[in-house]
Design a protein around this ligand. Structure first.
Ligand code: AMP
Length: 132
């Protein structure tokens, strides 16, 4: 059965889309730990990040870098942190967690309250910056 992320990539499940290319897809995490928390996913469905082929992993991290730069350019960040866990969704992904203030916890614990309207706005802002 297709993973929930494959269903998002294929448009069967809605998301706050940021960007995609032939091999990668980026969208806002529905339960963000900070505003702009983004997931970067290879379109190829492999569970464990470190089971990806070298070239796939390499291109995924380069795509994630571009998304992180777009987050930094469009939101009020100090920088963007990276978390990889993968215990909930068996489809490899990188969490990009915008760091908005000194001492912010970057792990996947406490969730931030972000309204639907704000999620739409955040996705649009990051997406626009990604295209530049
Ligand atoms: P993990 O597999 O532990 O790295 O976490 C999976 C992440 O996917 C969690 O942070 C979830 O909030 C996120 N997530 C699960 N379903 C969706 C969805 N439909 N849209 C966006 N993010 C999701």
């Amino acid at each position: 059965m297709a993973s929930i992320f494959t269903k998002i990539i294929q448009g069967e499940i809605p998301c706050y889309k940021i960007a995609e290319d032939d091999y990668h897809f980026a969208f806002l995490d529905i339960n963000p730990v900070s505003e702009g928390h983004t997931l970067v996913v290879p379109k190829q469905e492999v569970d464990y990040l470190f089971n990806l082929e070298d070239d796939t992993l390499k291109s995924l991290i380069i795509f994630a870098k571009k998304v992180a730069k777009a987050i930094d350019a469009s939101l009020d960040t100090i920088r963007t942190g990276v978390v990889v866990e993968g215990l909930e969704v068996p489809h490899a992904h990188i969490h990009l967690v915008p760091i908005h203030y000194e001492g912010q916890h970057v792990g996947l614990g406490k969730k931030a309250e972000v309204s639907k309207e704000r999620m739409i706005e955040l996705a649009e802002r990051i997406s626009e910056a990604f295209k530049k």
